[in-house]
Design a binder for this molecule. Structure first.
Ligand SMILES: [Fe+2]
Length: 477
């Protein structure tokens, strides 16, 4: 077959497709393959010629720019990317890359990807042309005020092989075949092309007892938390890094709880109201309203979107016991992953029902709450943990696991339960009036030891979206 050109291959295909010939299926497939390959190669060579021609023109223009004879940007007037500086292309010798060797940007038109080195020491990223066009941030396709896309309903109908690609040390630019141009700062690509991390600004510490006790206690004095941007930023930083923080020296009242909480986010109204108090004297049926100890759990697992932060503030206690328990859910899941990867995958891929019947006030019918969710979710690319919900009390009637998978599920679930209840996972802390504890309810579990006497706890929920937005504004997420 060596040396066949496209025409001769096509002729051969036609001959072999003729029922009078006696070609084998294998021969027909081979010739079709060669014809397609030849066609792609010719298309690619045409592209290279076009881009070399463009580059010659561009080089001439750049020379004119340098000598001050040409006032027009060599790129014409493309849609610009906020933060990019089109003028920076004028003197940097941007190059067409189709046939360049040794550049850190390489076209692979046959695979429809652009190979780009995005950071020092890293392997080049292979970015599909489809992704690049879909993530065009020109004003034609993106509203920069709201950070919303302007949908391109014709994306897949377009020829997504770039007409030309240009690069310098700071930016990439693509001229598409429909004439549209897109600029990508390399920094932006490094941050947005499958970064695989929801937070790059604060390194999370997944902690067990030993780790958390070796770190400074995540705590900020009330005055600093309330009256200083740095104080608030420190509280939010603690929440992102450890999944909890404390506000110390607060007024030992429900008003102190409210002030410390609302500094982070408006208090979330729920079926329990806004700011609440818990004591054994209240007669509520929930275990939380008794003297019993409570195992580590997250709250609101039976809600589609559980509360983002739970706030605890001990106002009074005239007995003994009642220490607060914190367990890092991300650390527990990560421990299962290390000890038994199969159990980790089973838990990740199993959706569980969670349910609760909540009493309503004033004789109204009860709330019948139910939600389905896996115990944790992870970023599909990096495996970074994103959410965690665990409440052995509220796990509902198991109708989501096939009978043949039950043994595998229960083994994995029990493994996680045992990790959570290991002393090495637990951080016990005795709260006192004036110390407000804020816990990331999408990551860290809470519980308490049994106690005697009268114990009055004040608290509230804060919404996930509100506090995470505040953390982003503070630059810690
Ligand atoms: Fe709870």
């Amino acid at each position: 077959m060596k040396g066949l050109n496209l025409c001769s291959i096509s002729r051969s295909v036609h001959v072999l497709l003729d029922p009078r010939t006696k070609a084998t299926t294998h021969q027909v497939k081979l010739l079709h393959h060669l014809a397609a390959q030849q066609h792609a190669r010719q298309h690619y060579q045409q592209l290279q010629q076009q881009q070399q021609l463009q580059q010659q023109k561009r080089t001439a223009c750049n020379r004119a720019l340098c000598s001050g004879k040409c006032k027009k940007n060599a790129r014409g007037q493309p849609d610009s990317f906020p933060g990019s500086n089109p003028a920076s292309y004028k003197h940097t010798g941007s190059v067409a890359l189709a046939a360049q060797a040794g550049s850190d940007v390489t076209r692979h038109d046959l695979d429809q990807v652009l190979e780009v080195k995005l950071s020092q020491g890293a392997q080049p990223a292979r970015i599909p042309y489809m992704w690049l066009r879909d993530h065009c941030r020109s004003e034609r396709y993106f509203n920069h005020k709201t950070q919303q896309k302007i949908p391109d309903l014709q994306l897949l109908e377009r020829d997504l092989t770039p007409q030309a690609v240009f690069a310098d040390e700071h930016d990439l630019s693509i001229t598409w075949r429909d004439g549209h141009e897109t600029h990508y700062p390399r920094e932006w690509l490094a941050e947005h092309f499958y970064p695989g991390q929801s937070c790059k600004k604060t390194e999370r510490v997944l902690w067990g007892k030993e780790t958390i006790q070796s770190e400074p206690l995540p705590a900020v004095p009330f005055e600093h938390h309330m009256n200083s941007e740095d104080g608030l930023r420190q509280s939010l930083h603690n929440l992102v890094k450890y999944g909890f923080t404390m506000v110390t020296q607060a007024p030992p009242t429900a008003e102190g709880t409210r002030l410390a909480s609302e500094r982070v986010s408006p208090i979330q109204e729920s079926m329990y109201g806004g700011l609440w108090t818990v004591s054994p004297a209240m007669g509520n049926n929930d275990t939380a309203y008794t003297h019993e100890g409570l195992g580590a759990h997250t709250d609101n697992t039976y809600l589609t979107s559980p509360a983002g932060i739970e706030v605890f503030h001990l106002l009074e206690h005239d007995g003994s016991g009642g220490e607060s328990l914190l367990v890092d859910g991300f650390h527990a899941v990560d421990t299962v992953r290390r000890e038994d990867p199969r159990a980790y995958r089973t838990l990740r891929d199993t959706v569980l029902p969670f349910e609760y019947v909540a009493e309503a006030a004033d004789g109204k019918p009860p709330y019948l709450m139910k939600a389905y969710s896996p115990i944790f979710t992870e970023h599909p690319g990096s495996g970074e943990l994103l959410t965690f919900r665990f409440n052995a009390y509220d796990r509902g009637n198991l109708d989501t696991v096939a009978p043949s998978k039950l043994a595998e599920f229960y083994a994995a679930y029990q493994h996680l339960g045992q990790v959570i209840s290991r002393p090495a996972s637990e951080f016990w802390y005795q709260l006192s009036p004036g110390t407000v504890l804020l816990v990331d309810n999408w990551r860290v579990m809470h519980g308490r030891a049994a106690f005697t006497g009268f114990r009055l706890l004040s608290g509230c929920y804060l919404s996930r979206d509100e506090w995470v937005s505040e953390a982003r504004r503070a630059g810690v997420l």
